[in-house]
Structure formats: C-alpha cells, structure tokens
Design a protein around this ligand. Structure first.
Ligand code: SAM
Length: 240
C-alpha cells in the first residue's frame, strides 16, 4: 500500500445516505479512540498552553469546526469547569444528524451551543472567538480547499487556531487495524479510521501550507498516537 500521496476517497460518514444510528455508533468509536489514544488530551494541552486570561473580560469563546457529536467540546467543558474558567463553546458541523446528536448528548452542558454549517461557507463577526479548533476534520478536505478552511478559521479567531489531525503513515495504519479489532465496534469507524489515515498528512505538507500564512506564528508538533497538533497563533491578538 502506498502512503506517498493523500488518497481521494470519501469516508462513509460523509455520505448523505448514512443512517443516524450508524453515524452515532461511528462517533461513539471516534470518541473512544480520542480518549484512549490521546486525541482529546493533545488538543487540551495545546489549548491550555495558549490560554491567556490576562485582560480577558467576559467568557473565553471557543469554536469547534467539524465538531461531530460534540465529544471534544464536552471533554473541554469538563476540564475547564474544574479549573473554574468561564468558557462558552460553539460547535459547527455540516451534518444535521451530527448536530442533533451533539445537542442531545450535551443537554447537561448549557455553555455549549451547536449550529449546522459548512466550514467553507462559515461567516461570523471578525475575531468573535478566542480559539478555533479543528480536530480530525482537516483531512476531510482536498489540498485545494485546505487553505480556505484555514482562512475561515483565522477570520473568526482572536488568538489561536488549533488543528489536530492524523499522520499519514504505514505504521499508524497497521496499528489502527490492530487497535480497531479490539476497541472499535462499528464498521463505519473501522473503515473511516483507515481511510482517514490515508487521507491525512505528513509534517512537511502541513509546513508547506503554513507558508501561505506568514502573518501567523506556526508550530507543528507530533503527538502520540500518530497525530499532528498544529497551532496557528495570531501574532497580533486583539484585546477582548
Ligand atoms: C472525523 S469527524 C471528527 C469529529 C470531531 N471533531 C472529533 O474529533 O471527534 C469529522 C467531522 O467533520 C465534519 N465535516 C466534514 N466536512 C465538513 C464541512 N465542510 N463543514 C463542516 N463540517 C464538516 C463531518 O461531518 C464530521 O463530523
């Protein structure tokens, strides 16, 4: 199998014909993978390192692009609540079934809101959010569309965009096959996990994209398990 190039294959979860129950099962498995393989923790750590509450008036606002069933936002809400931080969250996803599920699963989290929206079309008041997250979502886009996704994230972001996505690698592929045989119950998540790795990135590719945004500070770090966390920091954050 060749890992030299990103493959152009649609994931099952992106198909409009997928039944809501199958989608829910796939998100449950993605959430379990994020918990067990450090996906949530990697974003939490990167976000915590960027958090600057000095001079912050009002709540910290976090936007999650491609939020799925909201697993990441619930994880962050629990952790930041323990730190007594005042945070408001908005999750966006193109998939209406995902947003219905996210609302259902987040009933105990009044600080989290959700909207159906296509990232490519999303517009909001400039710099409305302090931090913008994009986890396991960038690889859903083509090479041509990725710069637009980053620009949209930057336009609504005051401080930093945090992208967390997979490394395209043979080792990651076979490790995930092994992991999914034990921990992943849904056929959709098993298939899409493997397709995702083949659609994902090498560090040098993310670095090349970052050169298009010279007015922002970039840091791309490898994290277990076979992920990159790319922090895109606004060099001139506007005061809150
Ligand atoms: C693999 S899931 C990741 C979900 C979540 N961020 C996580 O880490 O568990 C990718 C999500 O991106 C969403 N997505 C794909 N293309 C999108 C677009 N153009 N606009 C908004 N969401 C999109 C999908 O519907 C899906 O929920």
């Amino acid at each position: 199998m060749n890992f030299d190039q990103r493959i152009d294959e649609e994931e099952i979860m992106d198909q409009a014909t997928l039944e809501p129950e199958s989608l829910a099962g796939a998100y449950r498995d993605i959430n379990r993978s994020n918990e067990l393989l450090g996906g949530y923790a990697a974003t939490f750590k990167a976000l915590s390192l960027q958090m600057d509450t000095i001079g912050q008036s009002g709540p910290i606002r976090i936007l999650d692009m491609g939020c799925g069933d909201g697993g990441m936002l619930r994880y962050l809400a629990k952790r930041f609540k323990k730190l007594n931080l005042d945070v408001e969250y908005l999750g966006l996803d193109l998939n209406t079934d995902a947003i219905s599920l996210a609302r259902e699963n987040s009933k105990d989290f009044p600080e989290i809101k959700y909207n159906v929206s296509d990232i490519m079309e999303y517009q909001t008041e400039a710099r409305l959010f302090d931090y913008v997250l994009c986890t396991l979502t960038l690889h859903h886009f083509s090479d041509e569309d990725i710069p637009r996704v980053i620009s949209v994230c930057q336009n609504c972001c005051k401080r930093a965009v945090i992208i967390n996505d997979l490394q395209r690698s043979q080792i990651a592929y076979y490790l995930f096959k092994f992991f999914s045989a034990i921990f992943i119950g849904s056929a959709v998540a098993r298939n899409d996990g493997l397709v995702s790795i083949r659609k994902a990135f090498r560090k040098v590719e993310l670095f090349e994209i970052s050169k298009r945004f010279p007015n922002w500070e970039h840091s791309i770090k490898w994290n277990w398990a076979y992920r990159y966390v790319w922090v895109i920091k606004n060099k001139r954050p506007t005061p809150s």
